[in-house]
Design a protein around this ligand. Structure first.
Ligand SMILES: Nc1ncnc2c1ncn2[C@@H]1O[C@H](COP(=O)(O)OP(=O)(O)OP(=O)(O)O)[C@@H](O)[C@H]1O
Length: 474
């Protein structure tokens, strides 16, 4: 049977989908179109050079495998790259798989022409007060630590920063919980563009400010000025778009501005505290536009990223901090980067106020103030102390290597309560019990739960301990 490109690619996708995450599959594989299969060479069309490079960097292994499976050892894959705008012919360029980078000459020939938009309005009519939203020069790529938690968003952001308005990431939507680095990242894009192309009009504005400005323009009957100003922007960075929710008139204006900028090849970058599909109170037509480009999330930073962030921050403040303190802080503060920064500031303050070197003891003290505020009253120290007393073992033995039965039981119970009553991650709990790993914590929690179900005496002990913790909490 003669194979065709669509069938071969769909077989490949089947295997790829099973081997990578759903979000990655949607982002990187759904937009690909198979275009031809000639002499055992399958050509697939990808939306941009960045897209091609990302596939090469991250998925070359699986791609080679599936091509081998489908087409045998002489099977090959070629990419054809679409360039969004600018090149008159818009003819896809093909590149062979093993080539890591597209030759610069090829790239150049496909660069869109520099986009110059005539100012459609008389700039004199524009209220320069709108220009107040400025970029923070401290938010740059150089001090934005990369990790698994932000890799896609950061890379896409960097691509946009290098070629605003001409990648397929328009709009670029970055979403994530509080303090995870959304504002830092989008401002880094703005700063990068400003430093490489000072003539571009980069505007950062919070959605709240956008709403307030709009409301003010309605009051003073100057909506046209408001619109005129925003239509001049080359790169619009709008933070926290969830704030537009329920504000219909502002959304209408934003929709108009969005369309105009997008059609003119201007870059739009947005942030939100949740993915577009969960943005309540936003018009469907606006939401559907948000999905035109790329949506990338920021996750809570993993341990290694937290370590790197602490190192970088201390380094830039010219402060020396021992490795064991960095490790301790990175294990203990696992919620978000802002909180991590809060702990560092408190630590530096205490060190200079008390004229003490930063060491583990000082770090524990600094953390106590902060963690006790955000956690329940029952913290890890209290749990360990209470459980150790109850089982009549020493506090140190909970953290030691010993496998004596009564100590193992006490340790498992303490881990069980740590999981129940604190917001520490499994990894962090393990760390506070003598550097055990998270699977030991899972095992302990499971063992205690099983014993509660099967051993009445044990269950009574747990209930007694529970009372102590509950009375402390109330
Ligand atoms: N990957 C990172 N590397 C270095 N610093 C970071 C990183 N992520 C966040 N930060 C720092 O953490 C702090 C909080 O980040 P930012 O204000 O950008 O978060 P946010 O997601 O916009 O939060 P919110 O939703 O509350 O506005 C900032 O000082 C920022 O510099």
């Amino acid at each position: 049977m003669v194979k065709d490109a669509t069938t071969v690619w769909s077989n490949c996708l089947h295997v790829i989908r099973e081997n990578i995450g759903e979000q990655s599959y949607k982002t990187w594989f759904e937009p690909i179109v198979p275009t031809s299969l000639v002499n055992n060479v399958l050509t697939i069309q990808v939306p941009s050079q960045f897209f091609y490079e990302w596939l090469e960097e991250h998925y070359v292994g699986i791609l080679k495998k599936v091509i081998f499976q489908e087409l045998g050892s002489d099977g090959r894959l070629e990419y054809s790259i679409i360039v969004d705008r600018g090149n008159a012919a818009n003819k896809p360029q093909t590149v062979n798989l093993p080539t890591k980078k597209i030759p610069q000459a090829v790239v150049n020939s496909y660069q869109p022409e520099h986009h110059v938009l005539r100012n459609p309005f008389d700039s004199k009519t524009i209220d320069r007060n709108y220009l107040n939203s400025q970029l923070n020069p401290n938010y740059v790529f150089d001090n934005y630590i990369e990790g698994d938690c932000n890799r896609l968003a950061r890379s896409a952001g960097f691509a946009v920063a290098n070629k605003p308005g001409t990648t397929s990431f328009n709009p670029l939507m970055v979403y994530g919980g509080v303090g995870l680095g959304k504002t830092h990242l989008v401002q880094a894009i703005g700063n990068h563009i400003k430093s490489h192309a000072p003539e571009k009009f980069v505007l950062y504005v919070s959605s709240e400010k956008f709403v307030n400005q709009f409301v003010e323009s309605v009051k003073t009957n100057s909506m046209q000025d408001f619109a005129n100003f925003y239509l001049l922007v080359d790169i619009l960075i709008i933070d926290d778009v969830q704030f537009l929710s329920g504000k219909e008139k502002t959304q209408e204006m934003f929709f108009h501005i969005f369309n105009h900028l997008h059609q003119s090849g201007k870059q739009i970058i947005m942030t939100s505290d949740c993915p577009p599909r969960d943005l309540k109170g936003l018009e469907e037509r606006l939401l559907s536009r948000f999905k035109w480009g790329l949506t990338a999330d920021l996750q809570s930073p993993d341990f290694e990223t937290r370590m790197a962030i602490i190192q970088k921050k201390m380094q830039s403040d010219g402060i020396d901090i021992p490795d064991n303190v960095i490790e301790y802080l990175a294990y203990s503060v696992d919620t978000n980067v802002r909180e991590l920064e809060g702990v560092l500031i408190s630590l530096i303050a205490q060190s200079s106020l008390n004229r003490k070197e930063i060491d583990l003891e000082l770090a524990k003290g600094a953390l106590k103030h902060i963690i006790e505020d955000v956690e329940t009253e029952v913290n890890l120290d209290f749990i360990q102390k209470t459980v150790a007393e109850y089982f009549n073992v020493t506090l140190d033995s909970l953290k030691a290597k010993t496998r004596k039965k009564e100590i193992v039981t006490a340790r498992q119970v303490a881990m069980y309560f740590a999981k129940e009553y604190t917001s520490h991650s499994l990894k962090s709990i393990g760390y506070h019990f003598g550097g055990r790993d998270h699977s030991t914590v899972i095992h302990s929690v499971q063992t205690v739960s099983d014993l509660i179900d099967t051993d009445k005496k044990f269950k009574a002990s747990i209930q007694e301990l529970q009372k102590k913790f509950k009375s402390k909490n109330s």
